[in-house]
Design a protein around this ligand. Sequence first.
Ligand code: HMN
Length: 295
Amino acid sequence: LEKFHGIIPAFYACYDDQGDISEARTKDLCDYLYEKQVQGVYVGGSSGECIYQSLDERKAVLSYVANQLKGKMTLIAHVGAPSTRDSIELAKHAAALGYDALSAIPPIYFKLPDRAVYKYWSDIIEATPLDFIIYNIPQTTGYTLTPSLFEKLLTNKKVIGVKNSSMPTMDIERFKKVGGDNVIVFNGPDEQYVAGRIMGADGGIGGTYGAMPELFLQANVFIQQGKFEEAKLIQSDINDIIIALCSLNGSMYAVIKEVLKRRGVNIGSVRGPLEGISSEDEGQIDNIMKMIDQA
Ligand code: HMN
């Protein structure tokens, strides 16, 4: 399970100037993250704008990333889709490409009982030999994973952990308590990466890591060294930056993509209904760049 520790950026959707998936730009983002020496990537999740992409587009992204990074870092494929059928198709595709693990949100749109959620995840898990990481993100899915359902899922040995994006760090402590040392818990909210790690998370998967990988990597090193005061100071800088990333007219991902452009990696903008950056935003981005450089 060692390969599921550390800093795992959530991979962004890479579009060309027409808004189509770009293989070349996907490669550029892969190269950038490889150079930063992150532990792995989480492909096709919220930050990958999976919800706005067709099945074929999602399969293409999974292929492009595997072609570029397979064997170089840990690859986790997010395969959650509205139907079980599409999720399984993505899961089989990821398995054929050699991904290290699968992950999926719970069913979305219809509110389903735990029984159906359990069945959905189990059907995906049964479809391939790959390990599986449950994705708990109540603020976007409206479904909250309970420690008891987590415990039930863990009776399947292919379930190796949970990516927990709910805000209470207590949830991380609870999942870790249920799972013990043989289960991985990833911190989801970047605003409390350090707190999540202290409460038991083994690593983090996050949507803002790509904009400032150096800061999260340094926080990770401080935590490993038991230097919690130093880690806390980095977290505070990170939080200033996240608040700034979320304060413009453009959506957070549009702003992050603008930051990446200034760092030399052009991966286009976001798909509607996410909002692109506005002309007023342009000037603000200089300030964000300064904050990142000075942190
Ligand atoms: C993913 O699935 O792609 C992201 O890792 C999800 C991740 O947990 C992010 N949550 C949401 O986007 C709702 C966070 O990293 C989030 O972007 C960050 O904490 C800033 O608010």
